[in-house]
Design a binder for this molecule. Sequence first.
Ligand code: FAD
Ligand code: FES
Length: 330
Amino acid sequence: MTEIKIQSTGDTFTCDEDDTILRAALRSGHGMSYSCNVGSCGNCKFELVEGSVTHAREDAPAWSERDLKRNKWLGCQARPNGPCTIKFRDLPAYVSRDLPQRRAAKLLSVSAITHDISEFSFEIEGEDGFRPGQYALITVAGVEGARAYSMCNLPGEKVWNFQIKRVPGGAATEKLFGMQPGTELSIDGPYSTAYLREDVARDIVLMAGGSGLSPMVSIARGAFSAGMLADRKLHFYYGCRGEADLIDPAILGPELAQKVTFTSALSDASADGASHRTGFLHDVVAADFGEDLKNHEIYFAGPAVMSAAIQKMAYESGVPQDQLHFDEFF
Ligand SMILES: Cc1cc2nc3c(=O)[nH]c(=O)nc-3n(C[C@H](O)[C@H](O)[C@H](O)COP(=O)(O)OP(=O)(O)OC[C@H]3O[C@@H](n4cnc5c(N)ncnc54)[C@H](O)[C@@H]3O)c2cc1C
Ligand code: FES
């Protein structure tokens, strides 16, 4: 255990040898900004004032020589080599209601949703609280670094379910898709500020692209279970390449599937436009809502290219930034 001091306030928190400064700060209730947790977005950069740290991931894409010269480090990758003093803005918006914990988990089952997306169900030890839309870090034996996966179910059952897309040649997904029920591993969470806002009265638009399905399913389930759909509409858009990638809205559950307006958008130019909407997800949503999009609460998840296109479309439609909720998926 090492002590980390926040320069601006003089507050301290402890960090385990094998933990990172970001996760230790969040576990102790401090609000360090972040998004991806895997070294790719750069949102967690802090200044090292005293002491020394080592990055868990030496090739972290969001870290450069310039950062090293300015003594800036990534909170999600930095491990302290001894007591440190650091500089960052402690922001309450980044404090998770359910403080993240590392917990033991056991794989219960795997069920296919499409040819390359399956739902993995893990029994977890300890507190199971999280907010719909949040994610956890799964450590897979033999894979360097944990991977982020979003829960698709609701808390309260000591089970966390994840809808995971297989990435051909992917270090973690190739192992996960070969995993047998009963396998034990470690799950660390919950993380993310892109969770369902239950107190907002606006209608909801959800946009999921491929691997972004899981958090949007959880948000839809959370909105339904909190009674939000009694007086709000929920529009669920799912973007994928071709017909083989389509999902059945019934995976939401029979009652919820009735309450949701579900639209699939196929980006493959040769897809059958008579049976499905075709085009990129952001274009389909822009065509359906136009300027009225700014009257909705918007959540989205998926590949980085899709995320950038949705952010641009939302900006051009006049959607205020605080009505957009997403994590960078890398
Ligand atoms: C916030 C968030 C939520 C996500 N939720 C989902 C989800 O619900 N479902 C889903 O299918 N996918 C999700 N992803 C994507 C997922 O985390 C993986 O990127 C994806 O499964 C590919 O992993 P892989 O190991 O199979 O592929 P690889 O190509 O082997 O690995 C790519 C990923 O691993 C990261 N990485 C590589 N080396 C390291 C290292 N040493 N330490 C840490 N990270 C490393 C890369 O940045 C990249 O994200 C999410 C990603 C993020 C950031
Ligand atoms: S780089 Fe650390 S949270 Fe994204």
